[in-house]
Design a protein around this ligand. Structure first.
Ligand SMILES: C[S@@+](CC[C@H](N)C(=O)[O-])C[C@H]1O[C@@H](n2cnc3c(N)ncnc32)[C@H](O)[C@@H]1O
Length: 242
């Protein structure tokens, strides 16, 4: 009785591990997260070319709200549905975008399974995370020598964002490109110089929809975009032009 959680990378179906592809191909049931009923799962769309016709696929709803209390029923219900499929003797895979250890719905399922269904064995397969997808496409390193890095969700408390930016050489912003313009304003206050390098991407590595731009902080200030939706990531490097 085993469940496999598989990281499916940032969007390019070629950016999956061999283990991930083998597990997806041989799965009998695949579960994938979605933000609301009827909305196609992004994780599922990334791997669809590997999914066998006979495989049952099902989306599990994880609403995009910040209040964790209101999500607990979803975690419990989703974990119970997964556990039922595993106990029925099926080979079950749970998909997640990028890597399961970074801002993923997976951790809520993982904890719920450990508490409510401890008899189910779990294997987690790492995936290529959006951090490394943008860094490698942009041709930058996230850290070199003694540099420090912060990973920050842009859509929460701006004072915490400022503290992290003040303490690190590289700041990687996830969770929602619509917040990046206000983050740009704050980076200067946190000590980032005008020539700091800014790489912004939307749908990085997703065929047909990828946008990637590289500017300096000064060039980026006051302009809109280019990231306009949730699936966007930004890397700010303080010492890029040293
Ligand atoms: C719920 S988190 C999931 C992160 C994921 N587990 C990872 O390893 O990249 C969703 C956020 O990841 C970032 N993200 C994931 N894939 C992306 C992509 N292909 N392009 C741009 N941003 C991406 C965005 O910041 C998005 O708001």
């Amino acid at each position: 009785m085993k469940l496999y959680c598989v990281g499916c990378g940032p969007g390019d179906p070629e950016l999956l591990t061999v283990r991930a592809v083998n597990l997806i191909k041989s799965a009998e049931v695949i579960f994938a997260p979605t933000a609301r009923e009827g909305k196609p799962s992004i994780a599922l769309s990334v791997v669809e070319k590997y999914v066998d016709k006979s495989t049952k696929t099902a989306s599990l709803v994880f609403p995009m709200v910040k209040d964790k209390e209101s999500l607990k029923d979803y975690w419990k219900r989703n974990a119970a549905e997964i556990a039922e499929a595993v106990r029925a003797g099926k080979k079950v895979v749970y998909l997640t975008v990028g890597d399961p250890a970074l801002y993923s719905t997976w951790i809520y399922i993982h904890r719920q399974l450990r508490s409510d269904h401890p008899d189910i064995e779990i294997e987690v397969v790492p995936g290529v995370t959006s951090l490394f997808a943008i860094a490698n496409k942009a041709g930058i390193s996230l850290a070199e020598g003694d540099e420090t890095v912060a990973i920050v969700p842009a859509c929460y408390d701006m004072e915490r964002v400022k503290k992290a930016a003040g303490a690190c050489d590289t700041v990687i912003f996830l969770k929602d490109g619509r917040y990046f313009d206000s983050v740009i304003d704050m980076l200067g206050q946190a000590g980032f110089p005008d020539d700091a390098s800014i790489s912004v991407a939307q749908d990085i590595s997703v065929p047909q929809s990828e946008i990637l731009e590289q500017t300096t902080l000064a060039e980026q200030r006051g302009r809109k975009g280019p990231a306009e939706k949730y699936f966007a990531i930004m890397v700010a490097k303080k010492n890029a032009r040293k």
